[in-house]
Every structure is written in structure tokens, then in C-alpha cells.
Design a protein around this ligand. Structure first.
Ligand code: SAM
Length: 349
């Protein structure tokens, strides 16, 4: 439930996410980007009774909002203010593994975008900050006012996929110091002019936000850690919002779903790579027209999901469950986790 004082964030691809995670009563889940807690609330609701959730966010303000939203699930939710690049150590610290599902809903939330003083949007005039966490040392203003022209152009080109990156970088250097969101937006508008519906500063703002928060650098290592934390048949679900993120997720999942990854010219496999996941959706899942109409921010969302096919750990905590697992193994049952789910529902009835 939303607290009235907190502007809400509408969770994107909600039912698709719950389906892809295979949320079930008694399941254990990690939301690595809990934001306003929209997905997390639905996960907790659908995993009740007995469900547990570990929620992580780099932004302490997001965590406050999530705490409000999840107040009815206090007993079942553990919230941690950290970067998901530390996923494995967080789970070890709180003894929270193996898990049934892990969600990454990348990027920033509407709470952050609409937050007036944080500099994520040029809709509000604010200092150029853009840090998810106040612990980060470098803000967008630091990059804009100290980076070399080449470095600035490279950031804007790579992370913003902006064709006019060199011109924008040159004019930023000439216009320094650039301290506020509106100052930067005007400078970019003056540099490249205005065409179409999208403001010409949008891509540069995206680029700076990605650079400030090292957004692309952390994804692959976090996904690797996530796979290690999944139990057998546990699900990994990732929602991304631009092609740079989606490319990293897609390539990672395709590689982890494959056996040998030696170059085609290698006559005999030398990599010894083994598939660790199975792709759930070969084709990326995108929002339906109605969702885009109701929540335009969802328009660029892409969901990819995979299932662990290796048994890193076991969901079977007690002696009864361990005994069940050994019977399942000795009889060669192929999907012990699924059988266990059915058994749990049966026993609960
Ligand atoms: C799109 S929002 C998530 C919204 C959430 N699913 C909901 O329904 O309310 C993304 C969140 O991820 C957080 N985030 C982004 N990168 C992060 C990282 N490397 N570590 C931890 N949190 C991160 C942001 O602070 C933001 O709150």
C-alpha cells in the first residue's frame, strides 16, 4: 500500500514478472532493485504464506519508500541498503540462499526521476547530482565540470547513444561551470536544436546517470553472483530499459545457457563451459499496448528470464525435506523441486 506522502512508482511488467519468477507460497526471493517496493509487495503477496524477501537498493530514500510500502510484510521482508554488486556477500551475511527467484528491475524509479533535488531530470531545476547513493563520491556535476572533452564526448556517445556527442561535449567545456539541470538542458538544446517530441538533452542525461552510478559495469558481475545463489530450478528475471543494458543481459544469459563457448575455429573444446541456466523466454517480453498507455515509462522495458539447471544449494532445510530429496534422487525423479512444490501445496491443504 502506498503512503500518501510518497509519490508512487508503478511496477513495470508486473504479472509477467511474477509469472517468470514462478512465485509460489513459501518461496524465498531477492529483489536486487527494490525501489518503491512495487514488485516486492506483489512477490510477498503471492508467496504468502511463508514467503520471504530480501530487498536491496543502493538508494537509502528508495529503501525508506519500500519500507513504507511493505509495512504489512515486516516479518517476511529484509531490506538492505547496498549496491547489488555485493549481492553474494549480502546473502552470505544474512544467510539468505539458496533462493527460488531473483529480480533485477534496472535503472531508476519514478521516485528518483520525480525527486526535485536529485538532478535526475531537467523537469526540475536542481544541482547536477544523479547519485543513487550519497556514499558515492562523484556526482554528475563533477563529471560535467572536470572531465576532458574527449572523455565527455565518449560518455555521451557510449551511454547516451548520442550522435551529436562531440558538439555537446565541446559546448559543455565552453559553458563551464555547468551546475544545474536546467543550465545543462538549455546548453544542449542550444547546441543541437529541438526536433521531435523527445527533449534533446534526454540522451545526455541518461549517459551522465549511467556514468555516475557505474550502471553497466555492475550488471554482469551481479548476474553471475545471482546464478550462484539460485537453487535448482530457481528463476532469474531481469527487466532493462535501454539497449545497452539489454545487450549485456541477453549476451550473459545466452552464454550461460550454452555448453562449449570456444570460438568456432577451435577443433576441440578447451573451455569446458557447462550450461548453468535454461532460457525461459527465447523472445524478449515487452509490455502490452494497454500497459504502455497506462504507464508510458514502461514503453522501453524488456524482460528476460532464465531458470537454474544446476543444484548449487538446496531448498530442503529440515530432516524431513532432506529425506524427501534423497528419495527423489534415488528414484531418479527428474524435477525434484517441482515435486516438492506440489508436495508442499498438498501438505498445506
Ligand atoms: C526501476 S527502479 C525499481 C523499481 C521497483 N521494481 C518497484 O517496483 O518499485 C530501480 C532501482 O534500482 C536501484 N539501483 C540501480 N542500480 C543499483 C545497484 N547497482 N545496486 C542497488 N540498487 C540499484 C535504483 O536506486 C532504483 O531504486
Amino acid at each position: 500500500m502506498n503512503n500518501r506522502s510518497i509519490p508512487s512508482h508503478t511496477p513495470v511488467l508486473l504479472s509477467e514478472t511474477l509469472n517468470a519468477l514462478g512465485v509460489q507460497p513459501g518461496g524465498r526471493y531477492i529483489d536486487c532493485t527494490i525501489g518503491g517496493g512495487g514488485h516486492a509487495a506483489a512477490i510477498l503477496e503471492n508467496s504468502s504464506p511463508g514467503g520471504q524477501l530480501l530487498g536491496i537498493d543502493a538508494d537509502p530514500k528508495a529503501l525508506e519508500a519500500a519500507k513504507e510500502r511493505l509495512q504489512h510484510y515486516k516479518e517476511s521482508a529484509l531490506l538492505v541498503n547496498d549496491n547489488f554488486t555485493h549481492l553474494q556477500s549480502i546473502c552470505i551475511k544474512y544467510d539468505f540462499f539458496p533462493v527460488h527467484g531473483i529480480l533485477f528491475d534496472l535503472g531508476l524509479s519514478s521516485l528518483q526521476l520525480n525527486s526535485e533535488g536529485r538532478g535526475f531530470s531537467f523537469q526540475h531545476d536542481a544541482p547536477l547530482d544523479m547519485r543513487f547513493s550519497p556514499d558515492q563520491k562523484v556526482s554528475a556535476a563533477d563529471i560535467v565540470n572536470t572531465a576532458s572533452e574527449t572523455k565527455l564526448a565518449q560518455i555521451i556517445k557510449t551511454y547516451g547513444e548520442e550522435r551529436q556527442s562531440s558538439r555537446i561535449a565541446r559546448n559543455i567545456i565552453e559553458g563551464r561551470p555547468v551546475r544545474t539541470t536546467r543550465q545543462l538542458a538549455h546548453l544542449i538544446e542550444k547546441t543541437v536544436g529541438r526536433r521531435g517530441k523527445i527533449h534533446p538533452a534526454t540522451r545526455t542525461f541518461q549517459a551522465l546517470r549511467i556514468a555516475v552510478n557505474h550502471e553497466l559495469e555492475y550488471i554482469e558481475s551481479a548476474l553471475r553472483q545471482a546464478i550462484d545463489l539460485l537453487g535448482y530450478e530457481g528463476r532469474l528475471v531481469v527487466i532493462s530499459y535501454h539497449s545497452l543494458e539489454d545487450r549485456i543481459v541477453k549476451q550473459f544469459m545466452q552464454r550461460e545457457a550454452k555448453g562449449c563457448i570456444c570460438p568456432p575455429s577451435t577443433p576441440v573444446c578447451v573451455c569446458g563451459h557447462k550450461p548453468r541456466i535454461r532460457l525461459i523466454n527465447k523472445k524478449v517480453i515487452t509490455p502490452a499496448e494497454t500497459e504502455i498507455k497506462n504507464n508510458p515509462r514502461s514503453r522501453s522495458a524488456k524482460l528476460r528470464a532464465a531458470e537454474s539447471i544446476t543444484a548449487q544449494g538446496s531448498y530442503y532445510a529440515n530432516a524431513d525435506d532432506q529425506a524427501f530429496l534423497s528419495v527423489a534422487k534415488s528414484r531418479g525423479w527428474r524435477r525434484p523441486a517441482l515435486i516438492q512444490k506440489i508436495r508442499m501445496v498438498f501438505l498445506a491443504a
